[in-house]
Design a protein around this ligand. Structure first.
Ligand SMILES: Nc1nc2c(ncn2[C@@H]2O[C@H](COP(=O)(O)OP(=O)(O)OP(=O)(O)O)[C@@H](O)[C@H]2O)c(=O)[nH]1
Ligand SMILES: [Mg+2]
Length: 297
């Protein structure tokens, strides 16, 4: 290894639903972060490691930032600000739309940033080529120091150019993580997220945000023959409990079956999944619940 080797933390930040988790997965080449068409999918900072011959990139996926309206939101914003503080390079991922200076939540933090910033315009597969140039110009005007890189995370378009801009700005340092470690999250955490992803898929617009998953038991003593997992899905109201369970248990059964299949791939083992639904009244407004459910910033 030469002294030219680069290593550092790269925070991926942006508004909800712009494709941050998709970008992390595509950059790392593993589906570590859950993604969904519904905004506010990500609730935790998640590390994804990319090893290259010339660099180790430590990507941080973060929750989409918005004006805090609940204890959960406040804790999500805190998570984002902490990730910003610890980053060597910041990638601001945006929709292919002009910047919105009226949005005070994120821009002031970006203006005060001490670290290098890169603006990545995502989802360019959705816009006509001629519309791109004025967009790039508008972001360039907002942050004259920052390169503006158009990408499509979903179609892996523009990612080499983005990587190049990031690596240029990383400090020279030896790798911080062993080559076989792809994330800082435990399997226990990742299987809980798989359940949440299936819930997001099956539930309507409002309920997904009222759902939290806790893995109460993760017994791998018989692995790889069997991993025994007991999980509780928390909702905020009795009526939501009925919806999560579904008519004749249909929804819960589908969620459980699909999540179990994905867990078996992730863990490379047979999985027995025991799923429960419980009500924790208004947990999103309860700082104690936020802590107990693992959403502390
Ligand atoms: N067309 C298109 N869709 C994309 C692209 N990247 C992501 N998406 C879609 O956008 C939606 C949101 O993606 P996520 O990766 O979950 O977005 P996020 O920014 O992590 O969202 P939060 O965690 O809620 O803040 C999903 O349906 C993705 O498939 C892209 O390059 N093109
Ligand atoms: Mg996300």
């Amino acid at each position: 290894m030469t002294s030219d080797f680069k290593c550092g933390y790269v925070a991926i930040i942006g508004y909800p639903n712009v494709g941050k988790s998709t970008l992390l997965n595509e950059l790392v080449g593993e589906r570590l972060a859950i993604t969904s068409p519904k905004p506010q999918t990500t609730r935790h900072r998640l590390l994804g490691v990319l090893n290259r011959p010339d660099a180790q990139l430590l990507f941080l996926d973060t929750p989409g930032i918005l004006k805090p309206r609940s204890a959960l939101h406040e804790s999500l914003v805190k998570t984002v600000l902490e990730s910003l503080a610890g980053a060597d390079v910041v990638v601001w991922l945006v929709d292919p739309r002009p910047p919105d200076p009226g949005n005070e939540v994120l821009l002031p933090h970006l203006r005060e940033l001490a670290q290098p910033l890169i603006v990545a315009i995502n989802k360019i597969d959705l816009v006509a080529k001629p519309a791109l140039l004025p967009l790039i110009a508008a972001y360039h005007e907002t942050f004259p120091q920052a390169p503006v890189v158009p990408v499509s995370a979903l179609y892996r378009d523009g990612l080499p150019a983005l990587l190049e801009e990031i690596i240029k700005r990383l400090p020279a340092a030896p790798p911080l993580f062993p080559e076989d470690q792809l994330t800082d999250k435990t399997e226990r955490f990742l299987v809980g997220e798989l359940i949440r992803q299936r819930l997001l898929h099956h539930l309507g617009e409002e309920i997904p945000h009222a759902v939290a998953v806790v893995i109460e038991e993760f017994d791998e003593s018989r692995r790889p023959d069997l991993v025994n997992i007991r999980a509780v899905i928390y909702v905020e109201k009795d009526s939501q409990k009925g919806i999560v369970i579904g008519k004749g248990g249909r929804v819960l059964k589908a969620v459980g079956q699909e999540a179990r299949e994905e867990m078996e791939v992730l863990l490379d083992a047979k999985v027995y999944l025991d799923l429960w639904v419980k009500v924790w009244k208004n947990w999103r407004r309860d700082p104690k619940a936020i802590r107990m459910l693992g959403y502390e910033g």
